[in-house]
Design a protein around this ligand. Structure first.
Ligand code: 1GP
Length: 256
């Protein structure tokens, strides 16, 4: 029998009430100190989850330092049930840290390279087991071909204007037993995943639906939420000075 871990249980519980915001920290873009401060501000603005990872992360020591700094920061402390979980969003085998609460154990289903579908997962699995952290199985689907993740992941990119193609992958994820699905437009994308595509996927897939890439305003967030996303990932915005105001607006619009 499958028993869900505390982070996944918490996310399912929270998203039942409505969509939530995940703040994504790429250790390539933030020092541990900056990461901790930024995560603290994001949590204060209403983020329900901190994701840590990136497609070009090569230094696991840096990842450990960033995760530890975030966890040590006020607002996201270990062993406190009410605190915001810190979850790994790995792009490769370097994305595992024993200091995190959980890992999105992902398969990039529309990669052309089996390394990103199952090879890196096999190589990283022992480290996940050793770390003892909770593993949340996730299908990762990348749209468009203008992002670091599509380039590094050698993706056969999904056209965002063809919802039926996203749907067949979503169904494959469902029948493979992946309890979480992430629709990725690419960090900094000028074209977030369209509402119609999210809606079509939502109809076919009843697991936790994560959507990210190019969400920088409350208006965009509202469209993504209307499509049926459970978790909206906000990355790039966190690098703007005074991002908290916009993040608060995003959180507010999702609560309506
Ligand atoms: C990237 O989907 C995430 O993996 C977040 O995208 O950086 O554009 O917010 P942004």
């Amino acid at each position: 029998m499958i028993s869900l871990g505390p982070v996944e249980t918490r996310l399912l519980h929270e998203t039942k009430k409505g969509p939530i915001v995940a703040a994504l920290i790429d250790p390539e873009d933030f020092s541990p100190k900056q990461a901790a401060e930024t995560a603290g501000k994001a949590i204060a603005a209403g983020a329900s989850l901190i994701l840590v990872g990136g497609s070009t992360l090569a230094n696991q020591t840096r990842l450990d330092a960033v995760v530890k700094a975030i966890r040590g920061h006020k607002g996201s402390h270990q062993n406190h049930k009410s605190q915001v979980p810190v979850v790994l969003f790995p792009g490769n085998i370097t994305g595992v840290s024993r200091f995190a609460d959980a890992i999105l154990f992902s398969s990039l289903l529309n990669s052309t390279n089996t390394y990103f579908i199952v090879g890196a997962q096999a190589l990283g699995a022992v480290e996940v087991q050793r770390s003892g952290i909770e593993s949340i199985p996730m299908a990762y689907l990348v749209f468009g071909n203008n992002s670091a993740t599509s380039f590094i992941g050698q993706v056969n990119s999904l056209p965002s204007s063809k919802p039926n193609l996203a749907v067949i992958y979503a169904l494959a994820a469902k029948y493979l037993g992946m309890r979480t699905l992430y629709l990725e437009a690419g960090s900094g994308s000028g074209e977030p995943i369209p509402r119609e595509t999210i809606r079509a996927v939502r109809k076919a897939y009843d697991g936790l639906l994560i959507v990210g890439g190019g969400i920088t305003t409350a208006e965009t967030a509202a469209k993504v939420a209307k499509g049926g996303a459970d978790i909206l990932v906000i990355g790039n915005l966190l690098q703007s000075p005074k991002f908290e105001g916009t993040l608060k607006q995003i959180v507010k619009i999702l609560k309506r």
